[in-house]
Design a binder for this molecule. Sequence first.
Ligand SMILES: [Zn+2]
Length: 66
Amino acid sequence: MTRLACPNCPNTRGKGQYLCQTCWGRLTPLARRLLSVRDAKAFARLRELHGQIAAHKPLDRIEISR
Ligand SMILES: [Zn+2]
């Protein structure tokens, strides 16, 4: 199974997952739900997530657009 680096911590994430299990669990339920939608804006939402991680925003404060 392919293991990739989590963008937020030294853990690894699975292929097709944005974060490792620990970090994913720290997002708000709303953020998790929005990030789980795979539509034309999915990549834009992923960029929002990465931008806020890069800005060192706490995971439970990250906000994703609808
Ligand atoms: Zn992580």
